[in-house]
Design a protein around this ligand. Structure first.
Ligand code: SF4
Length: 333
């Protein structure tokens, strides 16, 4: 029979690790109380038009890359799907969200509606109209441009195991790669993050804490720290006078042959930023701090006052289950 100490040790290593998404670390430090409520299923993931639109565009890009790489069907390798197929992939993402608690089928309109946290109703046709220029511009210009680079990984999850003697549990930190390429010329790995919001500013890219988490994950999988390239298409009626070096700027027609026909200039600019070994160590220290707090059942609420997260939180407004910590200092959350 094995000594008790060895059995316990064996039991420790057999215990399932806990999975933490890399994006959770920022949300924990923004408001640990809210993070805990989400973990316990007491509040749902937030919904808003930018999130719904982002999810649908992301799904259409994922579908297009998988199609082009022949991941689902070898016969499609090297071919882009049609515009309609990409819109359909975006629509599927919306309908999956619409299966959640915040959805309703509107019989009169004959379509699904999602209720966002701010009380806004978002309908299927509005989301499809919002994603249309992204899909058209992505399909014609952005995705074929990115596909010229040497693709290392596309829409793949990475995992970073974490075992620390000061923590009770083992953990696995996870994230998902939009597109990992090897740059032509420099030969460096570059992690492309394709957004759908407004143009990303350099200062914003340089300050994003979670990019160090992505660097740690890519380093664990590929043995290299990648460069981060953050890009987001935007659409203008006129060609802008100034563009970042290497930007894509192309005209394309929307709703051709209908009374809504118009020409838009699609602009895709990327902002590059780096994270080094020191940044990764800082990220890992923050992560450990979070996990120590979670294991000790400490969930710090958001800071109060001007710019408090509470101003964007529905729990600061609901009368019935209003959050006891809703920030008030200097404000009226
Ligand atoms: S109201 Fe403020 S403290 Fe309460 S959960 Fe929301 S963000 Fe956190």
């Amino acid at each position: 029979m094995l000594p008790l100490a060895l059995l316990l040790e064996g039991a420790f290593f057999m215990a399932e690790p806990r999975f933490i998404r890399v994006t959770e670390i920022d949300s924990f430090f923004t408001c640990g109380h809210r993070w805990k409520l989400q973990q316990d299923g007491e509040i749902m993931q937030r919904e808003s038009m930018p999130l719904i639109r982002g999810g649908a565009v992301h799904a259409s890009r994922e579908f297009a890359f998988n199609h082009w790489l022949g991941k689902e069907d070898k016969k499609t390798k090297g071919k882009w799907p049609s515009y309609d197929e990409m819109v359909l992939a975006g629509n599927r993402d919306f309908l999956m969200r619409a299966g959640g608690e915040s959805a309703q089928y509107d019989d009169e309109r004959g379509e699904y509606m999602l209720h966002t946290d701010s009380g806004e109703k978002v309908c299927e046709s509005d989301v499809m109209a919002e994603i249309a220029p992204y899909v058209a511009f992505d399909r014609q210009f952005v995705l074929p441009h990115l596909a010229q680079l040497e693709i290392v990984a596309c829409e793949e999850r990475w995992e970073l195991p974490l075992h620390d003697p000061e923590l009770k549990d083992d953990y696995v930190i996870t994230g998902k790669v939009d597109l990992l390429v090897r740059e032509i010329g420099s030969g460096r790995l570059a992690l492309h993050d394709l957004k759908t919001g407004s143009k990303i500013q350099q200062a914003d890219a340089d300050q994003r804490q979670q990019l160090a988490g992505y660097s740690a994950g890519i380093h664990a999988e590929y043995g290299e720290y990648p460069m981060h390239a953050l890009g987001s298409p935007r659409f203008l009626k006129n060609k802008p006078k100034k563009l970042e070096p290497g930007a894509i700027c192309e005209p394309f027609v929307m709703d051709a042959g209908t009374e809504r026909e118009r020409t838009l200039f699609g602009i895709y600019e990327t902002v590059s930023t780096d994270r080094n070994e020191h940044d990764v160590q800082v990220f890992l220290a923050r992560l450990k701090q979070m996990l120590l707090m979670v294991e000790a059942n400490v969930f710090p609420p958001a800071a109060s006052g001007f710019m408090s997260e509470c101003y964007r939180c529905e729990l600061a407004k609901r009368r019935k289950d209003r959050c006891a910590f809703a920030g008030t200092a200097g404000g009226k959350a």
